[in-house]
Design a protein around this ligand. Structure first.
Ligand code: NZQ
Ligand code: ZN
Length: 387
């Protein structure tokens, strides 16, 4: 197991009705809030009214930044920074999924930087301070509600880049699973695939010795495999939503990654898909993951895949390591299909292969430190096989 530093400072209020604690959380962090939200789902569900009434009732002034895009753009981040400065904002209040929370994190950091927010996205060293963040989560997927990352897109340069800094942990996160009842099956499935991918990236990286973390990862994966399809089928199943929500946080909040650091190749490859084609992150991962798993299956990795098959899918037949590994990969793909996700890039609307080389060139810088490092040619081949 590698050495690690462990601290997850985000305070979580989890469960039905926890929103009542929001005013107290906001007051502990600042005096004037910037509400940050997406394209309107919170208005349709009534959450916007609930939050704004609570803020008004408790005498908390606020301004608003709406229209945060899925795959949030740096232009929106810059807009948010300007608003914070004009309005004298000292606490950010994102309400939504990962895109909204990520956008708020980038605003929080770029607020303390004089130039373009994109500089900060590209260089974590420019993060010298950050406005405090209180998040209200409405979609179980990215884990942004309890992690240090924000992923921001630049439409002009076709780049999608992750930034990370401990200053970006939300101070508080309100996680009420009933807020995810309205998430449509497609986003539920994509979110579940994203959670699973966060676990896979760590589980298969080959860093030895983190036995305890790996057993926890298996439990988290089983939770996704069990509850993902249930939530797609019955959107108002509370336990399904609650378990997915809590798993989304624990998949990426740093705990299971303790002592097991390496690159995240599937994410590196998928972020190029979203950057070039604006596809849904989790769906892109669901398409790439089984292809990548087959691609890296070799004598070095076969035992990990067979263990995954035995411990997560309960494959206990004596049929040889490679057969168990291949069954496990096929069953992984089937989980995505059962939740209604398509399995090729073409079905996602990517109809040309002409950008694969350019995308692979960008992805490869984050694919070298892994049990099976990927070259640019490997990545192009994976895109081709996923096509
Ligand atoms: O914009 P609104 O109207 O709110 O609609 C959103 C959006 O269209 C909708 N939605 C959210 N909550 C809903 C809902 N619809 C109905 N009911 C609700 N309760 O869902 C759509 C997708 O939302 P988005 O926030 O984009 O989804 P997600 O949470 O999957 O976030 C994806 C973004 O996070 C990044 C991804 O790359 C992508 O940009 N990631 C962030 C990470 C992190 N911060 O640690 C790690 C991840 O690996 C990932 O890269
Ligand atoms: Zn992800």
């Amino acid at each position: 197991m590698q050495n690690f530093y462990y601290s997850i400072p985000t305070q979580v209020a989890f469960g039905k009705g926890q929103i009542e604690k929001l005013p107290e959380f906001v007051k502990k962090c600042g005096k004037k809030a910037l509400l940050v939200y997406g394209g309107g789902s919170i208005k349709r569900t009534g959450l916007y009214d609930e939050v704004t009434e609570l803020l008004k009732k408790n005498g908390i002034p606020f301004a608003e930044l709406s229209g945060v895009e899925p795959n949030p753009r740096v232009t929106t981040v810059n807009k948010g920074v300007a608003l914070c400065r004009e309005e004298g904002i000292d606490v950010l209040l994102p309400i939504g999924g990962g895109s909204t929370i990520d956008c708020a994190k980038a605003i929080a950091a770029a607020y303390y930087y004089e130039g373009d927010a994109w500089d900060v996205v590209l260089d974590d060293n420019l993060i010298i301070n950050a406005l405090p963040i209180v998040s209200v989560l409405t979609l179980a997927a990215t884990g942004s509600e309890m992690d240090v990352f924000a992923v921001i897109s630049n439409e002009e340069t076709k780049d999608k880049v992750g930034m990370g800094n401990p200053l970006l942990y939300p101070k508080y996160s309100v996680m009420d699973p009933t807020y995810t009842f309205s998430v449509p099956p497609y986003q539920t499935a994509s979110g579940t695939a994203d959670i699973m991918s966060h676990i896979f990236e760590l589980y298969f990286n080959g860093v030895p010795g983190a036995f305890m973390q790996e057993r926890i990862m298996e439990a988290l994966l089983k939770t996704c495999i069990h509850y993902g399809p249930i939530a797609c089928e019955n959107p108002e199943d509370y336990d399904a939503r609650a378990n997915l929500m809590w798993t989304s946080s624990w998949a990426i909040n740093g705990f299971i990654g303790c002592g097991k650091g390496a690159d995240w190749p599937c994410h590196a490859m998928e972020h190029q898909l979203s950057a070039y084609y604006d596809v849904t992150h989790g769906h892109g991962l669901a398409v790439l993951t089984p292809v990548w798993m087959e691609y890296i299956l070799n004598d070095k990795t076969v035992k990990m895949f067979a263990d995954y098959g035995r411990n997560v899918f309960g494959i206990h037949e004596d049929k040889g390591e490679y057969n168990i590994a291949r069954d496990a990969i096929a069953m992984t793909k089937q989980v995505f299909v059962d939740m209604g996700l398509t399995t090729t890039l073409r079905e996602m609307g990517i109809t040309e292969k002409d950008k694969f080389e350019e995308m692979a060139e960008k992805a490869v810088v984050e694919c070298g430190n892994y049990i099976v490092p990927l070259t640019k040619e490997d990545i192009i081949e994976i895109y081709n096989r996923a096509f």
